[in-house]
Design a protein around this ligand. Structure first.
Ligand SMILES: NC(=O)c1ccc[n+]([C@@H]2O[C@H](COP(=O)([O-])OP(=O)(O)OC[C@H]3O[C@@H](n4cnc5c(N)ncnc54)[C@H](OP(=O)(O)O)[C@@H]3O)[C@@H](O)[C@H]2O)c1
Length: 246
């Protein structure tokens, strides 16, 4: 990944943080975004000093549309983008509010779309984009209705963008993780006992009977952003320990 500059949205915890570490160790110049001052500061401590950290809220349209301008202050080209920032708010349909709907669609779908629009002129030929969706986009899974719909939208964006941007040499792919151990499970809105039950159920669905790690996903991100995947385009690659098969 030497001589490549990589942008990772939501690179302050979980899968994004692990990807930032791995890509930086592989020689890339890495820029990450986040929005929470506490996790931004913690990431500054954890990431190598040459990783640049930008405060930018994917759920805020003005921030999303300004991301290109902000990144241009740091670099004149971005060889790869991992659109990873995402949130989940789970619950039965009776409990879901229009605010839940707007929050998840704004961060998970509108954010990456308008961020990408603002970053287009920074993408050289060739360059690569990876979108982070979820295996729930193709599973019927209770309590995940709106979240799963946002991720199905991400999978769809990945396919259309792959076709639209291919003539410019921009290669777009999507990945769909299954259960991966990250801080997201503390933010889903479940009461503690329900959270434990949900996590146990997810682990039991994996053919390995365990969650995946953020580092396992980061290796797939590195591959999809590298020249090693130069003939892979418009794919949605599942990394779920076989959850979708059970
Ligand atoms: N873990 C899983 O099992 C799993 C499975 C399938 C898909 N995914 C997807 O993987 C992606 C990463 O999730 P994760 O599991 O690594 O969770 P995580 O640890 O909660 O990481 C989410 C990252 O996104 C950032 N983020 C969230 N909202 C943001 C916003 N509005 N603007 C900017 N940054 C924002 C967070 O930063 P702040 O701290 O600043 O909010 C954090 O850096 C998400 O898209 C998620 O849907 C995860």
């Amino acid at each position: 990944m030497k001589n490549k500059t990589i942008l990772i949205t939501g690179g302050t915890t979980g899968i994004g943080l692990a990807s930032a570490k791995l890509l930086s160790a592989a020689g890339a110049k890495v820029i990450v975004t986040g929005r929470n001052p506490t996790t931004l500061a913690a990431a500054r401590q954890e990431l190598p000093a040459n990783v640049l950290i930008l405060k930018s809220d994917s759920g805020n349209l003005a921030d999303a549309q300004a991301l290109g301008t902000e990144v241009k202050k740091l670099t004149d080209k971005i060889d790869g983008i991992f659109f990873n920032a995402g949130i989940g708010q789970f619950g039965p349909i009776e409990a879901m509010t229009p605010q839940n709907y707007d929050d998840m669609f704004n961060v998970n779908v509108r954010g990456p779309y308008f961020q990408l629009q603002s970053l287009l002129t920074l993408l050289p030929n060739p360059s690569a984009i990876v979108l982070n969706a979820s295996v729930v986009a193709e599973l019927g899974f209770p309590t995940t209705t709106i979240y799963a719909a946002t991720k199905a939208a991400v999978v769809s964006l990945g396919k259309s963008l792959a076709v639209e941007l291919a003539p410019r040499g921009v290669r777009v792919n999507t990945l769909s993780p299954g259960p991966i151990t990250t801080p997201i499970y503390n933010k889903l809105g479940f009461p503690p006992e329900a959270q434990k039950g949900f996590e146990d159920h997810m682990a039991s669905m994996s053919l390995f009977k365990r969650f995946g790690t953020a580092e396992e996903v980061a290796k797939l991100v590195r591959f999809l952003l590298s020249d090693d995947s130069s003939y892979i385009i418009g794919e949605n690659i599942t990394i779920d320990g076989g959850v979708r098969l059970t």
